[in-house]
Design a protein around this ligand. Structure first.
Ligand code: HEC
Ligand code: HEC
Length: 235
C-alpha cells in the first residue's frame, strides 16, 4: 500500500520532470558527455531513465516525496547501495529495476559523478516549524547526541558525526536529508532490511527506536543545514 502510494505520487512527479529531462537530453546528447553525467541527466539504453527524473537535476532529491539527495554522498557508498538494490539486499520498488539494468561500469561512473557534485539545498519545502515539530527536533537532537542510555544505544553522532555530515566512506552524510526518507530507512531496518555488512550497524540501532523516536531523529537530521559547497569539492 505504501509503495503503491509512492508510485502514484512519483508518476505525477515523473510526468513533470520528463519535460525537464527531455530538454536536458537535447542539450547534452553528444558522444563526448562523460558517462556518469550522461546517465544521470539523460539515462542510458536499454530502458534506464535519467536519475535526475527523480533525484533532481542537481542530485538534491525531493524532500516531500522521500527521494534522497545523492549529490555529495561518497562514490563507494553510492556504488554499494546500487549493488544492494541490484542483488536484492536492499529493496525498493522504484530503484531496484534501474539498478538491475546498470552494469558495473555504469554504476561506477554515475557514483563518481554524484560524489563530485556540490551539496545542494534539497528541493521542496520542509514543513513549517510549529510547536510539535520543534519538540520533535529537540528530542531528536538529544537522541542523536546522547543515544539511549537505558538500552546502551550509541549516539547517532558517534558514527554520523556531530553535524550529521558522515564519516569518510563508512557512514553517510544525513544532514539536511529528507525526513520522510530518513524515517523510511529506519523503519525498514527495524523490519530487517539488510544492506550488509555495514547495514548491520543500523539494524542494531533501529531496533531500539520507537516510532516516535524515529519521527524525532528524522526531523532533527532533516533540520540540519548540511554540508557547505566546499565539502563536495573535497570528495
Ligand atoms: C523513479 C524514480 C527514481 C529514479 C529514476 C532513480 N531513483 Fe534512485 N531512488 C529512488 C527512490 C524512491 C529511492 C529511495 C529508496 C529507498 O527508500 O530505499 C532512491 C534511492 C537511491 C539511492 C540510495 C541513496 C542513499 O542515500 O542510500 C541511490 C544510490 C540511487 N537511488 C541512485 C540512483 C541512480 C544512479 C539512478 C539513475 C540510474 C536513480 N537512482 C534513478 C527513486 C529513483
Ligand atoms: C555504529 C555506527 C552507527 C550509528 C551509531 C548510527 N549509524 Fe546510521 N549508518 C551507519 C552506517 C555504517 C550506515 C551505512 C549503511 C550502509 O552502507 O548501507 C548508516 C546509514 C544511515 C542512514 C541511511 C542513509 C542513506 O542515505 O540511506 C540513516 C538514515 C541513518 N544511518 C540514520 C542514523 C540515525 C538516525 C542514527 C541514530 C539513531 C544512526 N544512524 C546511528 C552507522 C551508524
Amino acid at each position: 500500500m505504501k509503495n503503491q502510494l509512492k508510485i502514484r505520487l512519483l508518476t505525477l512527479i515523473g510526468a513533470g520532470l520528463l519535460s525537464l529531462s527531455l530538454s536536458l537530453h537535447s542539450a547534452l546528447a553528444n558522444p563526448d558527455s562523460p558517462g556518469g553525467k550522461k546517465i544521470a541527466l539523460i539515462g542510458a539504453e536499454p530502458g534506464i531513465p535519467s536519475c535526475s527524473a527523480c533525484h533532481g537535476a542537481t542530485g538534491a532529491g525531493q524532500l516531500s516525496a522521500g527521494i534522497p539527495r545523492l549529490a555529495g554522498l561518497t562514490a563507494p557508498y553510492i556504488l554499494a547501495q546500487l549493488e544492494h538494490f541490484r542483488h536484492g539486499t536492499r529493496e525498493n520498488a522504484l530503484m531496484t529495476p534501474f539498478a538491475k539494468k546498470l552494469n558495473t561500469t555504469q554504476m561506477q561512473a554515475v557514483a563518481e559523478y554524484y560524489a563530485s557534485l556540490p551539496v545542494p539545498r534539497p528541493s521542496g519545502a520542509n514543513p513549517p516549524v510549529d510547536q510539535q515539530l520543534r519538540k520533535q527536533i529537540t528530542m531528536g537532537s538529544s537522541l542523536a547526541e546522547n543515544g539511549l542510555s537505558q538500552s546502551a544505544m550509541p549516539a547517532c553522532a558517534a558514527c554520523h558525526g556531530e553535524a550529521g555530515l558522515g564519516v569518510g566512506t563508512f557512514s553517510p552524510d544525513i544532514a539536511g536529508q529528507s525526513a520522510a526518507y530518513i524515517a523510511d530507512q529506519l523503519h525498514e531496518w527495524k523490519a530487517n532490511d539488510r544492506r550488509d555488512p555495514l547495514g548491520a550497524f543500523m539494524r542494531a540501532e533501529a531496533l531500539h527506536l520507537s516510532p516516535s523516536d524515529i519521527k524525532a531523529v528524522a526531523a532533527y537530521f532533516a533540520s540540519l543545514p548540511g554540508a557547505s559547497t566546499a565539502k563536495g569539492a573535497t570528495k
